[in-house]
Write a protein that binds this ligand. Structure first.
Ligand SMILES: Cc1cc2nc3c(=O)[nH]c(=O)nc-3n(C[C@H](O)[C@H](O)[C@H](O)COP(=O)(O)OP(=O)(O)OC[C@H]3O[C@@H](n4cnc5c(N)ncnc54)[C@H](O)[C@@H]3O)c2cc1C
Ligand SMILES: *[C@@H]1O[C@H](CO)[C@@H](O)[C@H](O)[C@H]1NC(C)=O
Ligand SMILES: *[C@@H]1O[C@H](CO)[C@@H](O)[C@H](O)[C@H]1NC(C)=O
Ligand SMILES: *[C@@H]1O[C@H](CO)[C@@H](O)[C@H](O)[C@H]1NC(C)=O
Ligand SMILES: *[C@@H]1O[C@H](CO)[C@@H](O)[C@H](O)[C@H]1NC(C)=O
Length: 590
């Protein structure tokens, strides 16, 4: 009964943006007492009073925003039919979440609390949404947020783009630092240091990958960025390692970091480079974002633009001439990619038990003619009578060339990523190169069995430590990029079929199925392969091993030095096991 009153009040708050403390103030007997080892949430007695929030609002020049979930337009009293219809079509898309404070893309953590898919009469509640966001424009805003959260025992989260698959850019009852508008990029023509001399790009954390690419390219340079245009350069992407179509020649994004600028849990500004605060440099470069401090900016090595080519093609069961022929072709495709990856090309593709669609075999330094010749053995093998009934025509090969990677990305790749909606449950796994080189028979069987359960793969295939890359762009310095990614042939995202109109209870069914049935099928064929820390599942059975692969202990030491009280938290981030959520969703020290 008590709880019901509180949730009603909260629901009212969510849709009207009234400051709730007037209703829930600690003077009322409704306030819940909690142990101080938990962060306060709005129904707690210790939750900051309205005047304190108003003070914070003045400190950040009015840029404190009380959360109104975007889904509130689909619920009374905010219901608006036209806006709700628009939102229904755009639910889960980056364009919906990225430009709004407190929105995040991870549907599992959104948890159906305020969506277009529940009746309009259902109350819109905040659930796992942060309660307030600071639209951060300066280091002072960041410090104000840290200081307030520290003083008042409120959870602090950082939302940059909100792409995080584990809901780490949100938190129930949290104060969020929304970094979207802290997004300048600056060209440095001659970065000079003992570890690198040459061109570089300085990126504030809120700059998007595509914006960084566009800026560098206009100045004649190429920056290692991800495929999704709206993933931010210097937040979770760079912090988690960051894979790219360019990783075959320039390595992971984190391999190219020259300098980090960060604010600690004490509000202190620190700079980390290969020669200054080296431990922090090592940890921030691939060891996972959001746990050591708030990153303000990074400076990354860039490379001169060069001619780049891309090939796209696809095939299906029907075109291959049958199910066995199709899987022959998939296996042949995988084997034939290896020599291309060894020359520094990177492939991104998706496949199910019915089709395989290659968005790109990206070949920096190649004209489309030279790419076509490089692809000839692959095409010959796929179209061989002993393999399948595929023909050069049925592959629908499309070659494209531009004077820069960014130009080609813009023309051939970007549009494929804008429309992606990820299911409520998804997991990740590496394919170790060793398995591909020694014997892929069991792996092929497992991939097929999982696909026959209705699952799809989204894949990036690469060889991060090939001889071309070793010659042209070794890492700037040692870093915490997970070693199992360096040794991988590919990284898979494994997703069940999903549409937003499925009953919400399916989300938990699919989540459990992934962890308890699907991943074990894969792991039996490729034991201990691990997966990319930015593209996996939060309930991964051994996070330390799978996502950190031998780097966890040193990262934990660094975490303890930088943030001894565990102020920064993420469910898969270093230090995660020192906290738990209680039944009301409070973050509590374990
Ligand atoms: C559609 C899509 C495409 C993707 N494509 C790629 C790809 O091509 N290559 C690739 O490697 N990955 C890719 N990813 C994964 C992506 O790298 C991660 O989701 C990444 O964490 C996003 O970082 P962000 O800062 O943009 O997002 P957010 O969700 O805002 O942040 C991610 C995490 O980093 C923390 N964080 C963000 N900014 C800061 C900061 N300034 N200081 C401290 N902590 C911070 C957040 O608190 C959170 O824990 C993709 C994801 C999606 C959804
Ligand atoms: C989602 O909501 C349900 C029901 O309120 C709750 O039991 C569950 O813990 C929530 N899940 C997450 C990830 O918050
Ligand atoms: C930065 O954000 C502004 C809006 O605040 C936008 O107009 C601009 O394009 C963004 N720039 C970059 C580099 O992302
Ligand atoms: C692919 O898997 C789905 C889901 O299990 C199944 O219904 C379908 O028949 C399979 N297709 C082929 C070609 O085997
Ligand atoms: C590239 O360098 C790495 C690390 O130094 C090494 O492990 C790898 O074998 C090298 N690869 C080639 C093809 O030279």
């Amino acid at each position: 009964m008590l709880l019901r009153t509180i949730t009603t009040a909260l629901a009212f708050w969510a849709v009207t943006a009234e400051i709730p403390q007037a209703v829930l103030g600690s003077g009322t007997s409704a306030a819940v007492q909690t142990a101080p080892h938990c962060r306060y949430i709005p129904e707690d007695a210790g939750w900051p009073q309205p005047h304190l929030w108003n003070q914070l609002k003045r400190t950040v020049d009015g840029r404190l925003i009380a959360t109104v979930p975007v889904g509130s337009v689909c619920h009374y009293p905010n219901y608006d039919e036209a806006k709700c219809n628009e939102l229904t079509k755009a639910w889960g898309l980056a364009q919906t979440g990225v430009p709004r404070p407190a929105e995040f893309l991870a549907l599992y953590f959104q948890n159906n609390t305020c969506t277009p898919f529940t009746p309009t009469s259902t109350r819109c509640v905040l659930g796992n949404y942060a309660s307030y966001s600071i639209d951060a424009r300066s280091i002072d805003d960041v410090r104000a947020g840290i200081d307030f959260a520290q003083k008042h025992n409120v959870r602090l989260v950082v939302k940059n783009s909100g792409h995080d698959f584990y809901g780490q850019s949100t938190g129930k009852g949290a104060l969020s630092l929304w970094m979207h508008h802290y997004n300048k990029t600056t060209m440095i023509h001659n970065y000079a240091s003992s570890y690198y001399n040459g061109p570089a790009l300085h990126v504030q954390t809120g700059a998007e990958g595509a914006a960084a690419g566009a800026h560098a390219s206009a100045e004649g340079y190429t920056v290692v960025a991800g495929s999704c245009p709206t993933v931010k350069m210097a937040g979770g992407y760079l912090g988690g390692g960051g894979h790219s179509y360019l990783s075959g020649i320039y390595g992971f994004a984190a391999d190219n970091v020259l300098e980090w600028e960060m604010v600690t849990a004490d509000g202190e500004r620190v700079v980390a480079t290969p020669t200054q605060n080296q431990d922090l440099y090592w940890a921030l470069s691939g060891g996972g974002a959001g746990t050591y401090g708030v990153v303000l900016s990074a400076t990354v090595r860039v490379f001169p633009n060069e001619v780049t080519s891309n090939a796209a093609f696809s095939f299906s069961v029907g075109q291959a001439g049958g199910i066995e022929e199709y899987w022959n072709a998939v296996s042949t495709f995988h084997q034939q990619l290896k020599p291309l990856l060894d020359q520094g090309m990177v492939a991104e593709y998706g496949f199910t038990n019915e089709t395989l669609v290659v968005t790109g075999v990206m070949a920096p330094g190649h004209t489309s003619d030279s790419l076509q010749s490089s692809l000839q053995p692959l095409v010959d093998a796929l179209t061989a009578k002993s393999c399948s009934q595929l023909t050069i025509q049925s592959l629908g090969m499309k070659l494209a060339q531009a004077d820069s990677y960014y130009g080609l990305y813009k023309a051939e790749i970007e549009s494929h990523l804008a429309g992606l909606v990820f299911p409520a449950a998804m997991a990740g796994r590496f394919v170790p190169r060793k398995i591909m080189d020694i014997d892929a028979t069991e792996l092929d069987k497992a991939l097929r069995a999982v696909a026959d359960r209705g699952y799809a793969y989204a894949v990036i295939a690469l060889n991060a430590l090939n001889s071309v890359r070793n010659r042209t762009a070794p890492p700037i310095a040692a870093n915490a990029v997970q070693p199992n990614f360096n040794d991988a042939y590919s990284s898979l995202m494994i997703s069940p079929r999903w549409t937003n109109s499925l009953p919400w209870s399916e989300a938990q069914v699919l989540q459990d199925q992934l962890i308890n049935e699907i991943l074990p099928m894969y792991d039996a064929a490729a034991p201990d392969a691990g997966g990319y820390k930015n593209e996996g599942n939060w309930a991964e059975k051994d996070i330390k091993k799978s996502f950190y692969a031998g780097t966890y202990e040193r990262l934990e030491e660094i975490k303890k030095k930088m943030d001894p009280s565990g102020f920064f938290y993420g469910i898969t981030s270093v230090g995660f096991d020192r906290f738990d959520w209680d039944s009301a969703g409070r973050l509590c020290k374990a």
